[in-house]
Design a protein around this ligand. Structure first.
Ligand code: FDA
Length: 305
């Protein structure tokens, strides 16, 4: 049943017709519980509130694929404005970006110039930018761009997905860059030739990546709602004398709020990934695919005005 609903929602997530309709509707069906608003201005009071509770944030302007250079440059400008507002409102927030929204699929020079413009602004305001990881056809290009940017800027991170067979080697390859990495299980539909099929293998590999990155001495963000991963990290850190300022836990906005607060109380750093924007549809569908329990509030949302 879980596998069927996962396939169903991942299939829906790529429907451009529903995506267009969703933009017209605004966040519906419970999406407003996991999306911070349609604009960054709308999200500011929410970020201030989360910051005041001790939570760190990373904001993500929703939207993945752009079809024109003009649209990609516009997305970069919006990202630059977000960085300026983080600074002017003195928010404790990073920025997460998806390279496809900045022209990755259009031309290398488009995405590169957009990232340089974003990173120059982020450096000026001392804001960290993290490149989200998208599907496996884009992993190599994303990591190449990350490495080139890391040679110029310190305030940049990216993501490694434990469902990919290649990820352990990617950690080795990135190690000399002193990377800032977010470790996740992976959210896209991937073929068995590149990714583990069994969930238990994905989980084991995440543990392996956490161990490896922490032992390599690199700052590590463990982005998972899974108690098993959280408890594993805590115990591993204690056993290996890894200081608590060498890692942080990350969770998505609206997920496991009690756990976020409990971790904070225990003295761990917690960062909430807060998406905003009118392009909420694909993000919402991927979250439904991950956790069928999320369907319940979506179904309830169908009947709310
Ligand atoms: P998983 O879905 O494996 O669930 C394991 C167990 O955790 C469940 O059985 C349940 O017990 C518990 N659990 C999970 N969700 C819960 C909930 N909402 N409430 C209560 N219990 C819950 N992916 C990607 O491909 N590229 C990226 O850049 C990112 N970025 C990213 C940032 C952040 C901050 C997070 C948290 C996640 C991502 N992801 C991502 C998504 C990630 O790859 C993965 O798909 C989801 O986090 C789901 O995997 P989990 O490890 O959270 O738990």
């Amino acid at each position: 049943m879980e596998a069927i609903s996962k396939k169903f929602f991942l299939h829906l997530s790529s429907s451009s017709v529903l995506d267009r309709l969703a933009k017209k509707w605004g966040p519906k069906f419970g999406a407003n519980k996991i999306v911070g608003g349609e604009t960054f201005e709308e999200a500011v009071p929410l970020i201030q509130d989360l910051n005041s509770q001790g939570l760190h944030i990373t904001v993500d302007h929703l939207g993945e694929f752009v079809s024109s250079e003009k649209e990609a440059r516009q997305r970069a400008q919006e990202c630059i404005q977000t960085i300026q507002m983080i600074s002017s409102h003195q928010l404790t927030s990073q920025v997460s970006v998806k390279l496809t929204s900045l022209g990755l699929d259009i031309r290398h020079d488009v995405v590169w110039e957009n990232m340089i413009a974003i990173m120059d602004e982020a450096q000026k305001h001392d804001v960290v930018v993290t490149i989200d990881m998208e599907d496996s056809t884009r992993t190599e290009k994303t990591l190449e761009i990350y490495k080139s940017l890391k040679e110029r800027y310190d305030n940049i991170g990216t993501v490694i997905q434990s469902y990919l067979y290649r990820s352990s080697e990617d950690l080795d390859d990135l190690s000399s860059y002193d990377p800032y990495l977010r470790l996740v299980k992976g959210a896209y539909k991937e073929p068995g030739k590149v990714a583990f099929v069994e969930k238990s293998d994905v989980d084991e590999n995440l543990k392996h990546l956490i161990e490896k990155n922490l032992l390599n001495g690199h700052y590590t963000a463990i982005a998972s709602h899974d108690d098993a991963m959280i408890e594993f990290t805590k115990a591993f850190a204690v056993e290996n004398n890894i200081p608590t300022d060498q890692f942080e836990f990350q969770m998505l906005y609206g997920m496991r709020n009690d756990t976020q607060m409990a971790l904070l109380k225990e003295g761990y750093k917690v960062r909430v990934y807060l998406p905003y924007g009118d392009d909420w549809y694909g993000y919402f569908m991927r979250r439904l695919a991950e956790r069928p329990a999320n369907v319940s509030f979506a179904i309830k949302g169908l009947f709310k005005k």
